[in-house]
Design a protein around this ligand. Sequence first.
Ligand SMILES: [Ca+2]
Length: 122
Amino acid sequence: MTVGVILALVATTAIAAPAQAQNQGASALSGGYADCPVSHVCLWDNMNYRGGWLVLGSDSSDIGNWRDRANSMRNRTGYPVKLTDKRTLQPDDSIRYAANQSENDFGAFGWNNRIDKVEILD
Ligand SMILES: [Ca+2]
């Protein structure tokens, strides 16, 4: 299975794009919690689903230049997700979220800017 990265756009300061991303390939600099498309996992730079976002399709993988960056997440896949922090000279660490669960602040438990890999478990 392959990774479908639909959007990987970094929001710049005050530019707000209308959230009309019904079609894959439509782009917005960022979106909020409600904008995360069904069947996708969304990551945000900041807590409370704010800032630049990354929208991942129906599979999982390393997240490229989004490693060590996310601070909130919405899982709309209907499957559990496993989020992994790859570590050097230590075992990797991971956390799991249930289907359709979200996290508004990874920093609340020391996971801000740690996620390196997103796996959709099915
Ligand atoms: Ca990491």
